[in-house]
Design a protein around this ligand. Structure first.
Ligand SMILES: C[S@@+](CC[C@H](N)C(=O)[O-])C[C@H]1O[C@@H](n2cnc3c(N)ncnc32)[C@H](O)[C@@H]1O
Length: 251
């Protein structure tokens, strides 16, 4: 436990980094979310083109689990979903590999007087869920930090954390454009983020395409199925954004 900030971390990461072949998810790829300055400005930056409340309300409606639910927000960042979710569910486990992002989220939760969020420093590959099986998991703009094989491992681990028929909501940058037009499509994506977020947005989206691990729609669907989920809805937007609502298949 990081006692200063009330964040659980002794049971993962350094303590359980695992075998030498395990992908090191603590090492940033692309945008460096371990950077305290970036974490400080994350919300003002993202809220210039996102409506956290609307997004969170939409996720709550789609997960459709009741107020007694235990919910995990994987890659919670500064708490865009987790803080809102705390008003809807009994317990929220907010998990992220970045101490800087978690600290921002924790500080915001303290200010809001939220008592039912547990913060965990960990990630898709290292977080050990020791509480009761979750009713639902949400993960937004985070899975693309892992290469495809590790996405599959990550999704299997999420399935293990869920109760039978538990729900997964996955939102991420996923490529669904026509591969014959990939150059124009990527330019369009970068142009759009520049319009929304200025020059920073352009740098970020260029870095995203060059260094991060967004995958194709058909690969993402295969990964979800292989990991033990049935896909209930798959929505693709603008060739770049995707949301998948899934249910853990019964055993
Ligand atoms: C673009 S932010 C999204 C944060 C938040 N979900 C949101 O909607 O604003 C990506 C987050 O994923 C986290 N992240 C990166 N790799 C991760 C991993 N392997 N496991 C969990 N979180 C990870 C980063 O630290 C960062 O906080």
């Amino acid at each position: 436990m990081d006692t200063e900030h009330g964040i659980h971390d002794a049971d993962n990461l350094e303590a359980a980094r695992g075998p030498g072949w395990l992908y090191d998810e603590t090492r940033p790829c692309g945008v460096n979310y371990n950077n305290a300055l970036l974490a400080r400005h994350y919300d003002s930056h993202h809220q210039s083109f996102r409506d956290y409340r609307k997004e969170a309300e939409d996720i709550v409606a789609r997960l459709d689990v009741g107020p007694s639910a235990t919910v995990i927000d994987m890659g919670c960042g500064t708490g865009a979903f987790a803080l809102h979710a705390a008003g809807h569910y009994r317990t929220v486990h907010a998990v992220d590999v970045s101490p800087a992002m978690l600290r921002r989220a924790q500080r915001k939760a303290d200010k809001m007087g939220l008592k039912n969020i547990e913060f965990h420093r960990g990630g898709f590959l290292t977080y050990e869920h020791r509480a009761e099986p979750a009713d639902a998991i949400s993960t937004v703009f985070a899975l693309h930090h892992l290469p495809d094989f590790w996405k599959l491992v990550a999704l299997r681990r999420l399935a293990w954390m869920l109760r039978p028929n538990g729900r997964l909501f996955l939102f991420d940058v996923v490529f669904s454009f026509d591969i014959g037009e990939y150059e124009q499509s990527i330019e369009r994506f970068i142009g759009k983020t520049r319009e929304q977020m200025g020059e920073n947005g352009r740098d970020e989206s260029e870095t995203h395409v060059r260094e991060e691990y967004s995958t194709c729609d058909w690969i993402m669907e295969g990964l979800l199925e292989k990991a033990g989920f049935s896909i209930q809805t798959a929505d693709y937007r603008d060739g770049f954004l995707a949301s998948h609502l899934c249910m853990k298949r019964g055993q």
